[in-house]
Write a protein that binds this ligand. Structure first.
Ligand SMILES: *Cc1c(COP(=O)(O)O)cnc(C)c1O
Length: 388
């Protein structure tokens, strides 16, 4: 197989020479003229059962060639048969939970998680009862109606790692979903470790430029079909222009992740040595749970870190107010550096006891490191820290 860097540039573009194009055609059609009734009927039948690669796209809620291209490219990067794209990461998770609850109403879930993931799972809105457990409890808590195990690694915002292979073993055949948003396929490929579903908020690194909302689930064809059917019924679509931009982001994915990761390692080291900082969570410093998975499960320490400023909420707010080059904003995985306060923003809908147990303190800030020059980033953080 070609290397990821090569696939990132060429996947989903295999037919360009034949089409005599150099950029993906952007197809904005909402409906597609039929050639003849028999062929169109066959395509329609296939699409409502979650098929792909049909002769006629019929209607854009069922299929869109530009979206299908981006999906094919992402599947290649994750090493899965298929990828199914949605209008956001949360729309993707919603479809997945709705699909799984048909197989069984119980899910086992490891915390910590992205705040809205935690919220959606705890709410039971999609018909799955989520039981929150520790990694060591999965095997014992499995029930006959357990249809899903959910993990996020690296996790948000403390960057703890979860052993994917061990989770798959403990799940004993129950499908495992890995939120791999923070890692990207550049740093880890959960399907190669046995995960059934690999989930990305493609809003983040995959699209990479802070201008696209998208979600994707990578899996085998058997598990992809029900997701496509649900997407077609519920309409949780990715717009073709968003898919075009997502596909356009992929060629630079490895470059972006590697540069941001080098910046993150340097910033983590300097933050850890700064007197105003009580603690830095970063796999590259070994200060996260299961840091030993670095080099085996995860190819590198990643581009996100979190750190606790001395002085709690007030100091964190002061730092956010002082940054200039770094933008105080939620989200992550863009080319520019973003900083946010999990307790006050992304994790505010997670109850306080759960937040505390997960290490989300009032002084904790999460930094999504971009691809700027590391010294410029450090200069900004250092001047902001001076005011805390
Ligand atoms: C952003 C994010 C999500 C949710 O994705 P949206 O595209 O915002 O809906 C899920 N998990 C992680 C780790 C995220 O960062």
């Amino acid at each position: 197989m070609q290397h990821l860097e090569t696939l990132a540039v060429h996947a989903g573009r295999e037919d360009f020479a034949q089409l005599r194009v150099h950029a993906p055609p952007l197809d904005l059609s909402t409906t597609y003229p039929i050639a003849d009734l028999a062929t169109a009927g066959e395509s329609f039948e296939a699409l409502i059962h979650g098929g792909d690669g049909v002769a006629n796209s019929i209607y854009a809620r069922l299929h869109n060639p530009t979206v299908a291209r981006a999906e094919a490219a992402i599947a290649r990067l994750e090493g899965t048969e298929a990828a199914v794209a949605f209008g956001s990461g949360m729309a993707a998770l919603t479809a997945l939970l709705m699909a799984r609850q048909q197989a069984g109403r119980h899910a086992l879930v490891l915390r910590p998680l992205y705040g809205t993931t935690d919220h959606l799972l705890a709410s039971g809105l999609c018909g799955l009862e989520a039981e929150f457990v520790e990694a060591g409890e999965i095997a014992a808590r499995r029930r006959p109606d357990t249809s899903l195990v959910v993990v996020e690694t690296p996790s948000n915002p403390t960057l703890d790692l979860v052993d994917i292979r061990a989770t798959v073993e403990a799940a004993g055949g129950v499908p495992v979903l890995v939120d791999s948003t923070f890692a990207t396929p550049v740093l880890q490929r959960p399907a190669t470790l046995g995960a059934t579903y690999v989930w990305h908020s493609a809003t983040k690194f995959l699209a990479g430029h802070g201008d696209v909302m998208a979600g994707v689930i990578c899996c085998d064809e058997e598990h992809a079909a029900p997701l496509r059917t649900l997407r077609g019924i519920t309409g949780a679509l990715l717009h073709p222009l968003a898919a075009y931009l997502l596909h356009r982001g992929l060629p630079t994915l490895a470059l972006r992740v590697e540069r941001a990761q080098a910046n993150a390692q340097l910033l983590a080291e300097r933050l850890a040595a700064h007197p105003a900082v009580a603690k830095v969570h970063y796999p590259g410093l070994g200060t996260v749970r299961n840091a030993g998975l670095l080099g085996t499960q995860m190819r590198g320490p990643g581009t996100l870190l979190s750190f606790e400023v001395r002085g709690g909420q007030a100091a964190a707010a002061a730092l956010l107010a002082r940054v200039r080059l770094v933008t105080a904003a939620v989200s992550l995985g863009s080319v520019d550096t973003l900083i946010q306060h999990p307790a006050g923003l992304t994790h505010r809908m997670v109850d306080e006891a759960t937040r505390r147990a997960a290490g989300i303190t009032d002084g904790l800030l999460r930094l999504s490191v971009g691809i700027e020059h590391a010294e410029d980033l450090w200069a900004d953080l250092a001047q902001a820290l001076a005011g805390t």
